[in-house]
Design a protein. Structure first.
Length: 406
């Protein structure tokens, strides 16, 4: 059976809401830093390293796959020894891998270093989600997560602008220098300010038998299934944008690296606005009601881009408007989903977070492999992919999530 808290369970450490939200923003923000800041470099390194599209896409998809698989290791370890040791070890490894990416001399070495970077990034994200469950009950956790993802939105807003400027000034290695600096800053903050949040470790968490039984129970829980699928589907659409957008905006539409950074920043601004609305909707309508309403924006983005592409409209606004609408919906789904996947598991939040992360990563890896073949210099792959994930996200929000939360 799943462990449940008892009257004898010690209370979690006292951590102010502001400190918790800021720490979560930094830790979760490393994910868009690792992907978004790097995006303006993709067309440049394709030419500089004479790399085929499939290998260039591997620098994204291999990172995400390693990110998902490594969570299955970091999650149980964090449930046993605590969040802080895992964060310090993972962030140190992340910084070393980021520096190695900056120095890579060919595409094979870069793919290997990005894979290691993804495995290390997993420690930050899995511990961030688990920390929310350590400190808060589900609804309050969703509120704090929305605040944290507002901070993440600021990071995602600034990241592409800095990445575009760095790529314009220093070439494809410039954005990777910024990624390394962000990792070092996050490591320093965690070492200086973030206490341990796990009240009592679970000594059974890393034993194979109990660990497999725990994952089996989590994977069958209807609340977990609903929220994990929602997070995976909405991120599937976002990853389609991330992995394809630089080639669409820069190669097809002719934007410079700096202008492309500005376009991605507009998408991040849309996401940031949605996180503020999400907090209001959670208070008024609950988590399920919030994602039900957010799904209309998701559907508008996916349907809009495929309709415009089918009509032969290839103007900047015809890509950017659906992009922003989808990302707005993502800003509603993500805070609720991140809190929802760990909500039923107060003593196994790390394991639940890891399993949800694995599902998300498998989806993103499959998208990356598909785009490596599908990108053909037209808008069709981005439009069709975004429409597909929009439909799946809406179906999950309007059926599984509503049913599970009843």
């Amino acid at each position: 059976m799943l462990a449940t808290p008892s009257a004898a369970t010690p209370a979690p450490p006292r951590v102010g809401h502001g400190l918790a939200a800021f720490a979560l923003a930094l830790l979760l923000g490393l994910q868009p830093v690792t992907t978004d800041v790097y995006l303006p470099a993709l067309p440049m390194l394709t030419r500089a390293l004479a790399a085929p599209m499939q290998q260039v896409q591997l620098t994204m998809s291999a990172l995400i796959l390693a990110f998902g698989v490594a969570q299955m290791f970091w999650g149980p370890v964090a449930d046993r020894v605590g969040r802080r040791p895992v964060l310090l070890a993972g962030l140190a490894l992340y910084c070393a891998a980021s520096l190695a990416c900056t120095l890579a001399g060919d595409i094979v070495v870069l793919v290997c270093c990005r894979t290691l970077q993804g495995a290390a990034l997993a420690a930050a994200v899995v511990c961030a989600r688990a920390t929310v469950r350590d400190l808060y009950e589900p609804v309050q956790g969703a509120h704090v997560m929305a605040w944290a993802l507002s901070g993440l939105g600021v990071i995602a807003l600034v990241g592409p602008l800095l990445g575009g400027a760095a790529a314009q000034a220093w070439g494809w290695r410039g954005p990777l220098v910024l990624v390394t600096a962000a990792g070092l800053a996050t490591l320093a903050f965690v070492a200086w300010r973030l206490p341990e949040t796990l009240a009592v470790g679970n000594p059974q968490a890393t034993r194979l038998g109990p660990m497999l039984r725990q994952w089996s129970l989590i994977a069958r829980h209807p609340v977990f299934i609903a929220w994990a699928l929602l997070v995976a589907c909405t991120y599937g659409g976002l990853f389609t944008i991330l992995a394809a957008s630089s080639f669409i905006y820069m190669d097809l539409l002719g934007l410079s690296a700096t202008a492309y950074g500005g376009v991605m920043a507009l998408g991040s601004l849309s996401y940031l606005a949605a996180t503020f609305l999400c907090r209001r909707w959670i208070r008024r309508h609950g988590m399920a009601g919030a994602v039900h309403r957010g799904a209309w924006f998701t559907l508008a983005g996916g349907a809009g881009i495929v309709a415009l592409a089918a009509a032969g409209v290839h103007a900047l606004w015809a890509v950017l408007l659906p992009h922003c609408l989808f990302v707005f919906g993502h800003g509603i789904h993500q805070p609720c989903g991140q809190a929802g996947v760990v909500a039923p598991f107060p003593r196994a939040a790390g394991a639940a977070s890891a399993l949800a992360g694995l599902v998300l990563a498998l989806v993103a890896f499959a998208i990356g492999r598909w785009l490596g073949v599908a990108l053909d210099g037209t808008l069709r792959p981005l439009a069709n992919g975004l429409a597909f994930w929009s439909l799946l996200t809406c179906a999950t929000a309007w059926t599984l999530v509503r049913r599970a939360m009843r």
